[in-house]
Design a protein. Structure first.
Length: 160
């Protein structure tokens, strides 16, 4: 067994990818809503710039680094704006705090099961006011149900 890797039961091996799909649904919803929110603000920005900025913020929230040079340069050149938008999410898109809290916690749980530590992502989200600390960790079926309903409402997934 590799150092830091956990042994997973067969059910866990099937559940982790399903939970990660739910996390991806929440990421897509955050991206869509943030892009729409940014489009309503001034100064006006080109649609491509709105998408790149929204993507950079979503990646930051979920602890993802895009290694492509274009995106690395964008993040470096727009760090202050990315910080400002990220810090305003908890208020500006407060209706997403519950799914974000659940998705970030589920992501950290999945990472832990796979031998990774993403607790720093949770701490950072709490500092930004995105993590509802008093909220309980949802059971897997509750999280899956939440993400299916939200994804269906946004046209991202079809309900069975």
């Amino acid at each position: 067994m590799a150092e830091g890797k956990r042994t997973m039961e067969p059910g866990q091996r099937r559940l982790i990818p399903i939970l990660r799909e739910g996390v991806e649904v929440v990421r897509m919803i955050l991206f869509q809503e943030l892009r729409e929110h940014l489009a309503r603000q001034s100064p006006p920005r080109a649609p491509r710039q709105l998408s790149i900025l929204a993507g950079a913020v979503v990646n930051r929230v979920f602890g993802i680094d895009n290694p492509e040079p274009f995106f690395e340069n964008f993040v470096r050149e727009n760090q202050e704006l990315i910080d400002q938008v990220t810090r305003s999410l908890g208020v500006e898109l407060a209706h997403l705090n519950i799914p974000l809290t659940d998705a970030l916690r589920i992501m950290a749980l999945c990472d832990f099961q796979e031998g990774q530590d993403s607790s720093s992502v949770l701490r950072q989200a709490q500092e930004w006011g995105l993590l509802l600390v008093e909220r309980d960790l949802p059971l897997p079926h509750q999280f899956i149900d939440l993400t299916r309903r939200l994804g269906a409402a946004k046209g991202l997934v079809s309900l069975p």
